[in-house]
Design a protein around this ligand. Structure first.
Ligand code: AMP
Ligand code: MG
Length: 295
């Protein structure tokens, strides 16, 4: 099951991932802006072609998971990378604070209901990974989940996060065995770049709506988030569900990097338009003659 796309940003599968070693900036030899944009156009076109065949082939589903700190550029990346794809062939789901109904189920339930069908590309803008990220940073959120351990949440030695990693690994392996191709992207933005992006949300009136006081408060937990991300990526990057930690301080570079990984992974699926069976062929030829004779 290792058709995963190599990349300097791929998170190793052996538990050795250290977030510090992954840059938030593009490498010095990255193409210039024009080159990045041209590359993206090319990748977007190819993705559109591949998606058409994915749909016709109807064997695989594709799940793209996006996780990041606020203002890292998840929405823009999703919009750009999928801009060429037929809307019928792709489904985007955003997961926010869980509802009362969602909290009454296990933590994989709400996303499981939104998994892509065969032939489709499903995008998760945030995902069940929030359960080992925001919830890990704010363990008090567990109270609303009414787990068997409440109210003595996370006593010394509690293996809750390890158990969640087990659940996630099992879930993803199950999906992969059953035809879902999983790619996970952590858009790795620096704390300084996030500060600048928040400031521009305040400066520019048409960006004001994006500004959230809560986001600035979350920023205060930066180190806890980075720790949670490191653990989550380290524990759940596997050949059948690799994580990529993409430098996110430069948006065009980030978008191109994501698009190329998706395209390369789809190329490796050996997608084909279904062949017409010999019996059908004969019928088709007959129909063709009939239709032509009508004209
Ligand atoms: P946004 O995507 O910026 O609109 O924000 C959605 C918010 O929902 C983020 O602050 C997430 O951390 C939060 N969120 C998403 N999933 C969960 C979850 N399972 N538990 C608690 N908060 C969550
Ligand atoms: Mg937000």
């Amino acid at each position: 099951m290792n058709d995963s796309v190599e990349s300097p940003y791929r998170v190793p599968f052996d538990g050795s991932f250290e977030l510090d070693r992954y840059s938030t900036r593009p490498p010095p030899d990255a193409p210039d802006r024009k080159g990045l944009k041209a590359g993206l156009t090319e990748a977007v076109d190819e993705l559109a072609d591949l998606q058409r065949i994915l749909y016709a082939h109807n064997h695989h589903a594709v799940l793209l998971v996006f996780q990041a700190m606020d203002a890292a550029g998840k929405d823009g990346t999703i919009r750009h990378v999928l801009s060429g794809v037929n809307p019928t062939g792709c489904q985007v789901f955003s997961f926010k604070v869980p509802s009362a109904e969602e909290l009454d189920h296990d933590f994989l339930w709400r996303t499981a209901r939104s998994l892509p069908e065969r032939g489709r590309i499903g995008v998760f803008n945030r995902s069940y990974y929030e359960e080992v990220l925001v919830v890990r940073v704010h363990p008090e959120y567990l109270r609303a989940q009414r787990l068997r351990r409440a109210p003595d949440l996370l006593a010394e030695g509690d293996r809750l996060w390890e158990e969640r990693f087990d659940s996630i690994r099992d879930h993803e392996k199950h999906l992969a065995r059953n035809g879902t191709v999983i790619l996970k992207f952590f858009l790795n933005v620096s704390r300084e770049e996030q500060r600048l992006r928040f400031l521009s949300r305040l400066d520019e009136p048409e960006k004001n709506w994006k500004f959230s006081v809560a986001d600035v408060e979350e920023r205060g937990h930066w180190d806890s988030y980075m720790h949670a991300y490191q653990e989550a990526l380290r524990e759940t990057s596997r050949p059948w569900a690799p994580w990529y930690a993409i430098p996110a301080d430069d948006k065009p570079f980030m978008r191109l990097s994501v698009a190329r990984i998706v395209v390369e992974r789809l190329r490796r699926l050996d997608l084909r338009y279904p062949a017409v069976a010999p019996d059908d062929r004969a019928r088709f030829d007959q129909m063709q003659r009939l239709l032509e004779a009508e004209g």
